[in-house]
Design a protein around this ligand. Structure first.
Ligand code: ADP
Ligand code: MG
Length: 245
């Protein structure tokens, strides 16, 4: 296994006007590692994810994905972005494309795959996340949990090196949360490098190699889930856990 981190963030600062959303971020994620990011609303969790695939620029610092520094723009940025899969709270599927097209169009357009190959692979991935029976439907005909699993399949179709999840179950009805978390757990067990923002503490306990706790744009503490949940060291983390557990 290589020593190169899959994701490395050093000295990252991000401002929105006068609001500092990220302060002095130092974070490295090893290949195959699953990092769960938790923290109160407004603590910078989404911004952290969005800077890693360059949906947001940074004001200072360095971000590297698998040893490659994030380029500013152009083809190199498109290539880099294709290596970083992202799944959002709102599934963001193309509403006017079928499920199969949602999963196969990226590989055809961005990776230059042949249609037949991309569709075969899309069916495999849809099967893997348990929704291949719906391949020819439109997204709106699926439940929220099914749509989110399509979104995961769509991200996987690009063969990403790392997957970012920003509160992937927050918009789902309770009965659908488990099916999405189970899909993510399978992915984690399969060795995918993952950064997951979630309020699902059960998932954090069972699937995370490491928990990163953020408050006010900073990483306040990070630890194994066992240590973090049983012995949070900062007052911010104690306060947060007291409110949610
Ligand atoms: P979280 O995901 O932990 O709730 P965010 O990363 O969304 O936190 O937000 C961190 C801070 O940055 C908040 O103060 C938020 O209001 C601010 N922020 C996030 N996105 C923007 C934006 N596009 N424009 C202005 N401020 C923003
Ligand atoms: Mg957020």
């Amino acid at each position: 296994m290589s020593d190169t981190p899959m994701v490395a963030m050093h000295g990252v600062q991000k401002f929105f006007g006068s609001v500092q959303a990220l302060t002095d971020i130092e974070l490295t994620v090893a290949p195959g590692e699953v990092v769960v990011v938790i923290g109160p609303s407004g603590s910078g969790k989404s911004t952290l994810c969005r800077t890693i695939n360059r949906l947001e620029t940074i004001d200072e610092g360095v971000i590297e994905v698998n040893g490659v520094r994030l380029p500013e723009e152009g083809k190199a940025l498109a290539a880099l972005r294709a290596d970083v899969g992202m799944v959002f709270q709102s599934f963001n599927l193309f509403a006017h494309k079928t499920v199969l097209e949602n999963v196969s169009l990226g590989p055809i357009k961005v990776r230059g795959q042949k249609k037949a190959d991309a569709e075969r692979r899309a069916h495999e991935l849809l099967e893997r996340v348990g929704v291949d029976a719906h391949a020819h439907k439109m997204p709106a005909q699926l439940s929220g949990g099914q749509q989110q699993r399509v979104a995961i399949a769509r991200a996987l179709a690009m063969d990403p090196q790392v997957m970012l999840f920003d509160e992937p179950t927050s918009a789902l009805d309770p009965e659908m949360i488990k099916e999405v978390l189970d899909t993510m757990t399978d992915l984690a067990k399969g060795g995918m490098t993952m950064i997951v923002v979630t309020h699902e503490m059960g998932f954090a306990r069972t699937a995370a190699d490491r928990v990163v706790f953020m408050a006010d744009g900073r990483i306040v503490e990070e630890n194994t889930p066992e240590e973090f949940f049983s012995h949070p060291s900062s007052d911010r983390a104690k306060d947060f856990l007291g409110k949610i557990l």
